[in-house]
Design a protein around this ligand. Structure first.
Ligand code: SF4
Length: 188
């Protein structure tokens, strides 16, 4: 879901062509595994399995921490100053919806952000996710990260294919009351 939020076309390639990982991504995955092992040692309610269906999409995952009223996701990197990375927000919200929690708290190194779960928004995004998972090619979501994308040549060859049927997902879910900043962000 985080890849889908970052670039739906990248998710399409990973899903239908097999995932290619760069050295940078492999290092991040390794550090992530260490981080979650530490988390498990510190938190009793850490790493709660989540399994279910939302808007026709099968979800299997692990919530970092589940509290009485919220799902908490703990990230090893920084978040944007005006909210959360959209993929982090979506992932946490989907877990919260399936676990019957109304809030999500995303803890970054540079602070924590809290959001109410918006079921309508989740359903809209999951509908798009389902289309791409079924094989519809979405338009590219160009950013400065494209130069590092393992599918760049294929993506360029396929062209923009933009006919307006697929809305551009934001990079950042803004926290309430925080003014928007530029929309072109580095990959979280
Ligand atoms: S090159 Fe850019 S737009 Fe194309 S799939 Fe990769 S990240 Fe997405």
């Amino acid at each position: 879901m985080r890849t889908f939020a970052f670039c739906p076309r990248l998710y399409f390639f990973e899903r239908h062509l097999g995932k290619e990982t760069t050295l940078y991504q492999r290092i991040r995955m390794f550090l992530g595994r260490i981080w979650h092992a530490l988390l498990e040692a510190l938190e009793e309610e850490a790493e709660v399995e989540v399994r279910g269906e939302l808007a026709g999409t099968e979800v299997v995952g692990k919530a970092d921490v589940v509290k009485e009223d919220a799902v908490v996701e703990i990230k090893s990197g920084d978040g944007p100053s005006d909210g959360a990375w959209y993929g982090d927000y979506l992932q946490a919200s989907i877990y919260a919806a399936l676990l019957g929690r109304k809030k999500v708290i995303i803890k970054y190194r540079n602070g924590e952000r809290t959001f109410e779960v918006d079921l309508e928004e989740l359903e809209r995004v999951l509908e798009l996710f389902k289309l791409v998972a079924e094989g519809y090619l979405p338009p590219p979501k160009r950013s400065k990260w494209c130069s590092k994308c393992p599918y760049k040549d294929l993506c360029d060859a396929l062209g923009d294919g933009w006919d307006g049927w697929f809305p551009r997902l934001p990079y950042v879910k803004r926290a309430k009351g925080v003014p928007a900043r530029g929309s072109s962000r580095a990959r979280p």
